[in-house]
Write a protein that binds this ligand. Structure first.
Ligand SMILES: [Zn+2]
Length: 445
C-alpha cells in the first residue's frame, strides 16, 4: 500500500526513482523525459528519405556473399586447454537461378542445385590457452598458423588477395610497399615490406617477419594466450579476403564487364577497427580506382544489430512505403546525420569513420515490414560533414534494383544469399562443438 502524500514528501506514485538523488541531475531528468518519446519528427525524416522509382535499371546478374563464425572450445582436463575454431564461407549465385526459388518456402533440392560447386569455405584452429606446441610459444604458433592458413588453403588464393590489397597490385606499375606495422618481436615500427614479398626481416632486431604480421593479430596477444578478439578478428579479416578474392578474380577476368554486373555482399558492416584498419585506405583506393576506370564495384554490407539497426527500428513504421503500392525508399546518412541523430554526439571535430569504414550507412525500406541497414562504398573519403549524398554511393541504382530480388521472407529484412552463406559458415553445420571438444581432449598437445 502506498503512503498518502505528506506535506513535505512527494507521493510515492510520483516516481519509483524518487528516492535516488541522481534524479535531480538535469541530465537524468532529460533522459527520463525522453525515454518515452524517442520518436523522430516527420520533417527530419523527409529530408533524408528518397523514393527509388527507377524501373529501367536492370538488376545485377551475379551475386557473391560471405559470412563467418567462430567458437571457443575448452577441454575437460586440468588446466583446461582452450582452442578457437574459425570458419568462413564464400558463395556465388546466378541471380536468374535464384529467381526460380520461392523465398518463403525454398525447396531444399533447388537450393542444393543453386549451391552445387558454388560454395567454398575456409576453416582454421588457434591455440588460445594452455596449449603448447613443440615449435614455439603460443604467440608464435598463432602468427604462423595465420600465415600458413592463408597460404595453404585454396592454393594460396586468399594469401594472393592479401598481397593484392597490401601492395595495390591492381595498378600495373605498382611498386608499393606494404602498410607499415609493428615488429612482432621487438615492437619496432617496420616501414613496410618491399613490393610483393611474402615475408622479410625486421630492420631493427633482424628476426623474421611475415606479411600476415602486417594485419596486426599479434597486438591482441601476449606470450601466454590469445583472447577471443584474435578469433573474431581473424574471422572478420577472412570475410574481407574472401569477398575481395571474388572481386580480384572478376577484376582480372577477360570479360571486363563481369565484375560490374555483380553484387558482392558481406555480412556485417564494411568496417575494420583498431590495428586491422590498416587495410582500409588500400580498399578505398581500389574502389576509387575501379570507379574512375568505369568498372564500378557493387558491394554492400548488412548490419543486423547495433546502433544503426536500433535507430532505424525506432521510426521505420513512420516512413514510406507504408503500402505495397508505394516504391522502395532509401536514406543516405551523412556524417552530420550519423553524429547528431544516431549517436546524438556533438563531436563533429573528428571525421566520422575515416580510418575504419570503407562503406557509408544507408537505410533501405523495400516494402512495409522489410527494412535494412546497409553499408555502401563511395571510394575515397571526403572530409565534409554533409558527405555522402546519394550520388556518392557507388552503383546505388543497380544495388537498389537488385535488392527486391534477393529478399528472404524467412526472417525480417534478411537477404537470401547471406542466409545461404550463414548456413555454410555456421559451426552448427560443421563440426559440432562436442566433436571439437573431443578433438582437443584426444590430442596431447
Ligand atoms: Zn624487430
Amino acid at each position: 500500500m502506498a503512503y498518502d502524500q505528506g506535506a513535505r514528501l512527494p507521493g510515492e506514485s510520483a516516481s519509483k526513482l524518487g528516492h535516488l538523488s541522481v534524479v535531480n541531475s538535469k541530465w537524468v531528468k532529460s533522459l527520463l523525459a525522453d525515454f518515452e518519446q524517442a520518436e523522430i519528427k516527420e520533417g527530419e525524416l523527409h529530408t533524408v528519405w528518397h523514393p527509388f522509382e527507377d524501373t529501367t535499371t536492370p538488376p545485377l546478374r551475379n551475386i557473391w556473399a560471405t559470412d563467418g563464425s567462430y567458437v571457443r572450445v575448452t577441454s575437460s582436463g586440468k588446466p583446461p586447454k582452450e582452442m578457437a575454431f574459425v570458419k568462413t564461407a564464400l558463395l556465388t549465385i546466378d541471380r536468374t537461378r535464384l529467381d526460380k526459388i520461392d523465398k518463403d518456402h525454398p525447396h531444399p533440392l533447388l537450393i542444393q542445385d543453386v549451391l552445387r560447386d558454388s560454395a567454398i569455405f575456409h576453416a582454421t584452429v588457434f591455440p588460445m590457452k594452455n596449449v603448447r606446441t613443440s615449435l614455439g610459444s603460443n604467440y608464435d604458433a598463432v602468427r604462423h598458423i595465420i600465415h600458413d592458413s592463408l597460404k595453404i588453403d585454396e592454393e594460396g588464393m586468399f594469401f594472393e588477395t592479401l598481397k593484392w590489397i597490401a601492395y595495390q597490385k591492381w595498378r600495373a606499375d605498382s611498386r608499393q610497399t606494404s602498410p607499415s606495422f609493428e615488429c612482432p618481436h621487438c615492437h619496432f615500427k617496420v616501414e613496410g615490406l618491399p613490393f610483393d614479398s611474402d615475408e622479410g626481416t625486421c630492420s631493427d632486431c633482424g628476426n623474421g617477419i611475415l606479411l600476415s604480421d602486417m594485419i596486426g593479430f599479434h597486438l591482441d596477444m601476449d606470450e601466454d594466450g590469445a583472447p577471443d578478439s584474435v578469433a573474431s578478428a581473424y574471422m572478420l579479416v577472412m570475410e574481407h579476403l574472401m569477398i575481395f578474392t571474388a572481386i580480384r578474380l572478376l577484376w582480372n577476368h577477360t570479360d571486363k564487364s563481369l565484375v560490374s554486373d555483380t553484387l558482392f555482399i558481406k555480412d556485417g558492416p564494411l568496417t575494420l577497427r583498431s590495428q586491422y584498419s590498416k587495410l582500409v585506405p588500400n580498399i578505398r583506393s581500389f574502389l576509387e580506382f575501379a570507379k574512375k576506370q568505369g568498372r564500378p564495384i557493387h558491394v554492400i554490407g548488412q548490419e543486423k544489430s547495433g546502433a544503426f539497426f536500433d535507430h532505424l527500428a525506432s521510426f521505420v513504421m513512420q516512413v514510406s512505403p507504408k503500402t505495397k503500392e508505394e516504391p522502395l525508399h532509401f536514406a543516405t546518412l551523412s556524417h552530420e546525420y550519423v553524429r547528431k541523430e544516431v549517436y546524438r554526439s556533438p563531436d563533429l571535430a573528428n571525421s566520422y569513420g575515416k580510418r575504419t569504414n570503407w562503406g557509408e550507412k544507408v537505410y533501405v525500406k523495400i516494402e512495409p515490414g522489410t527494412a535494412l541497414v546497409l553499408n555502401v562504398p563511395t571510394g575515397e573519403y571526403q572530409d565534409d560533414v554533409s558527405f555522402p549524398g546519394k550520388e556518392d554511393l557507388i552503383g546505388i541504382s543497380k544495388i537498389l534494383a537488385t535488392l527486391p530480388k534477393i529478399i528472404s521472407h524467412k526472417f525480417e529484412g534478411a537477404l537470401f544469399p547471406i542466409e545461404l552463406a550463414n548456413g555454410i559458415a555456421s559451426m552448427s553445420s560443421y563440426p559440432s562443438a562436442k566433436i571439437l571438444q573431443r578433438f582437443i581432449d584426444d590430442r596431447r598437445v
